[in-house]
Ligand binder design. Structure first.
Ligand code: C2E
Ligand code: CA
Ligand code: CA
Ligand code: CA
Length: 272
């Protein structure tokens, strides 16, 4: 039994080391991923029950790593954040979303938005607001097209600075959504002091169909004049419940998986 224990420990250590090497390799390769064209975006539709149509789509990063196939964002975004690579990657995402918008502009109609996830590292970068505006300007796209998703944990870390940056972004015309709402420690006080337009309720809340809890979040959001999007809608029962609660946006596999360019084109009835 004793030697078994040592063996297990040894295997564990090996795995730890292996994970380290794996991270290191990811780091090296991620720095080339952009130039190699290995990054791409998929778009997950957001549905509005009152309009009975898609009222937005969220851009989600995909890394098709040479030789090994797709690496999920949870495995490379933390590395991109630690190394600062999220900065150039983040600007690339903004530029790509601009191009996507221009390609399909005529098929989208108000209040359609394209949502982009913004990391804490990006938001805290000096000159972020100017840089993002410069990109939009050069691509000829209005900030009104964009909804920027900021996670609750980002906000908690640096409330005062984040508040200032979000104010500038909002003044420039961006819509601001607080992502993963309910997983962090945001207080009511914090919610009222931030310049927000929307709350995205984390998928962990919908999983157990907690209607009283969701109802009270919706009431609170309504009082704060915030629209609510619920993510992770996977089943018809969840969809029905949320539709009955007059929730602004519904997102999840039940409505649609994240889609590639061609698939989005197909849903919009165009093929270019
Ligand atoms: P997120 O912003 O919370 O995005 C929602 C995640 O839930 C996505 O995972 C999406 O594919 C997944 N999802 C959608 N519908 C369902 C559903 O019905 N059930 C379940 N269980 N999951 C669903 P994904 O694409 O793997 O992205 C993971 C996270 O990576 C994102 O979480 C976001 O925090 C981050 N991320 C993705 N793209 C970017 C990006 O361009 N920039 C930054 N900074 N972060 C990104
Ligand atoms: Ca998000
Ligand atoms: Ca989320
Ligand atoms: Ca999340």
């Amino acid at each position: 039994a004793k030697s078994d224990g040592r063996k297990t420990h040894h295997v564990y250590e090996m795995e730890m080391k292996y994970e380290h090497v794996e991270n290191f390799i990811h780091e090296l390769e991620l720095s080339n991923a952009l130039e190699r064209g290995e990054l791409s975006l998929v778009y997950q539709p957001i549905y509005n029950y009152q309009f009975k149509r898609i009222i937005g789509s969220e851009a989600l990063l995909r890394w098709n790593r040479c030789g090994t196939g797709f690496i999920p964002p949870v495995d490379f975004i933390p590395i991109a954040e630690e190394t600062g690579l999220i900065i150039p990657i983040g600007y690339w995402v903004i530029r790509e979303v601009c191009k996507f918008w221009k390609q399909f502009e005529s098929s989208f109609s108000e209040p359609f938005k394209l949502s982009v996830n913004i990391s804490r590292v990006q938001l805290n970068e000096p000159g972020f607001v100017d840089s993002i505006l410069r990109i939009l300007d050069s691509e000829g796209v209005s900030p009104r097209v964009f909804e920027l998703e900021i996670t609750e944990s980002t906000v908690i870390h640096n409330l005062m600075a984040v508040q200032q940056t979000l104010r500038s972004l909002r003044a420039a015309g961006f819509t601001i959504a607080l992502d993963d709402f309910g997983t962090g420690y945001s207080s009511l006080n914090m919610l009222t002091s931030l310049p927000l337009d929307k709350l995205k309720i984390d998928k962990s809340f919908i999983r157990d169909l907690n209607e009283p809890l969701i109802t009270s979040i919706l009431m609170m959001a309504n009082a704060l004049k915030l629209e609510v999007i619920v993510e992770g809608v996977e089943e018809e029962a969840q969809f029905r419940m949320l539709a009955g609660l007059n929730c602004w946006g519904l997102q999840g596999y039940y409505i649609s998986m994240p889609l590639g360019h061609e698939q989005i084109a197909a849903t919009l009835g165009r093929d270019d």
